[in-house]
Ligand binder design. Structure first.
Ligand code: SF4
Ligand code: SF4
Length: 70
């Protein structure tokens, strides 16, 4: 089975939560940490549940998210 890895360029994230709202698996959330821009960046809570739909990456206005398949 294909495994997907979701990677965030955290320092570019503005915490708008768009990606979180579109994920069909509800595995994205804002992190407790603060990035260089002063926002809580988005991150993945359960990587193994990702189905690689790329909705998050396509929804992000700032190109923060990358999906890799293995
Ligand atoms: S690729 Fe799809 S399932 Fe995976 S984190 Fe993004 S929106 Fe969620
Ligand atoms: S859509 Fe992009 S900028 Fe907005 S919270 Fe998600 S990763 Fe961050």
């Amino acid at each position: 089975m294909t495994h997907y890895t979701v990677t965030f360029r955290e320092d570019k994230c503005k915490g708008c939560e768009l990606c979180i709202s579109v994920c069909p698996k509800n595995i994205l959330a804002l992190r407790d940490t603060i990035n260089i821009k002063g926002y809580h960046p988005a991150g993945v809570t359960d990587q193994d549940q990702c189905i690689g739909c790329c909705s998050c990456a396509l929804s992000c206005p700032d190109g923060v998210i990358r999906i890799d398949a293995e």
